[in-house]
Design a protein around this ligand. Structure first.
Ligand code: SAM
Ligand code: DTB
Ligand code: SF4
Length: 337
């Protein structure tokens, strides 16, 4: 029997046992946890913008923006504040409630901070939730972003601690955990997840979720990306994660992270409507909308609207996370093994 809230510490065998449940049983439990903690059928729409493209010195083997790989991405300069405001306005009129700004950096330089803080203030003034993903932060930078009003900081662990060094060598898993701690200490919400389909095993997927769920305060937002294979990167030919295993991972994440918004992130373009529907049923309740992710195409805006209609999904209002329902009492029944 496991404990009745998400302060529980998960063991390897408990996570493994969830993965090994019959598929229908796992989905039933995930949907039960989901309904206890979120309004069913609500999905958050976020929009992503690449405020600084390419030229990144890091060696993340999946990434189109690393200078180490011969990809089609051309390095660009940091976008101007006016360009960001115009893009954020168009995101808002497309129904996005959250605006996530990404930069292809190891981390921001101190000379970037003023401009980044202005972007945050201007985007918030439009009534959008703000998120940034800029790489590694130090303690002071986290405080500066918080003071400017940043709601979320995205910094993914990407994979399990055991598999991590196969994917990135220029910064450690611990470096990432340190940045996440600075974000937490500064009082921002944490957005932290990973990528499936990089050649990892189920054990790695379980281990990554264990790290996320066992954090002192689990991330409020958890992006689960399906690898978008980028020609020129070392993972260009990585074997695709099996669709049912992808759904299973979302369902396990929902059970282990009952209060986190689970973001069905990169990779939706190659997913069937049926697969996406299963992901929503398993507990995914956030997507990126808009024609582009960072450097790759996303699902067309109209297709997403049509899918929402077919599935009866509605947009999640921005306050959803701040006021979670108190469904934790039923959690024990949902996850008992
Ligand atoms: N440079 C910053 C960093 O690495 O933290 C921010 C941008 S980075 C592109 C944000 C996240 O996007 C990565 O941590 C990774 O999880 C995800 N990502 C990047 N390229 C991807 C790809 N080809 N397929 C799936 N997810 C990807
Ligand atoms: C996250 O976990 N996924 C998003 C966001 N955080 C920044 C990025 C996906 C990138 C997909 C590949 C690309 O477009 O370059
Ligand atoms: Fe750079 Fe981020 Fe891409 Fe890694 S994931 S190469 S840090 S842009």
């Amino acid at each position: 029997m496991v404990q009745s809230n998400n302060t529980k510490t998960w063991s390897d065998s408990q996570v493994q046992a969830l993965f090994e449940l019959p598929f229908g049983e796992l989905l039933y439990r995930a949907q039960t946890v989901h309904r206890d903690n979120f309004v069913p059928n609500q999905v958050q729409k976020s929009r992503l913008v690449n405020i600084k493209t390419g030229g990144c010195p890091e060696d993340c083997k999946y990434c189109s923006q690393s200078i180490r790989y011969a990809t089609e991405v051309e390095p660009g300069k940091l976008m101007s504040i006016d360009e960001v405001i115009a893009d954020a306005k168009s995101a808002r009129s497309d129904g996005a409630t959250r605006y996530c700004m990404g930069a292809a950096w190891r981390g921001p330089k101190s000379s970037h901070m003023d401009k980044l803080c202005t972007m945050i203030r201007e985007v918030k003034a439009l009534g959008l939730e703000t998120c940034m993903t800029l790489g590694l932060l130090n303690h002071d930078q986290a405080l500066e972003l918080k003071a400017a009003g940043l709601d979320y900081y995205n910094h993914n662990v990407d994979t399990s601690p055991e598999y991590y060094q196969e994917i990135i060598t220029t910064r450690t898993f611990e470096d990432r955990m340190q940045t996440i701690q600075y974000v937490r200490d500064a009082g921002m919400k944490v957005c932290c997840g990973g990528i499936l389909g990089m050649g990892e095993t189920r054990r790695d997927r379980a281990s990554m979720l264990k790290v996320l769920a066992n954090m002192d305060a689990p991330p409020e937002s958890v992006p689960i990306n399906m690898l978008v294979p980028i020609p020129g990167t070392p993972l260009q030919d990585a074997r695709r994660v099996e669709p049912l295993e992808f759904v299973r991972t979302i369902a396990v994440a929902r059970v282990m992270l009952p209060n986190s918004v689970l973001r069905l992130s990169a990779g939706r373009r190659t997913m069937s409507e049926e697969l996406q529907a299963l992901c929503f049923f398993a507990g995914a309740n956030s997507i990126f909308v808009g024609d582009r992710l960072l450097t790759t195409d996303n699902v067309e805006y109209d297709h997403d609207n049509a899918l929402f209609d077919k599935l009866g999904l509605v947009e999640m209002p921005p306050v959803a996370f701040d006021e979670p329902s108190s469904g934790a009492k039923d959690f024990e029944d949902a996850v008992s093994l």
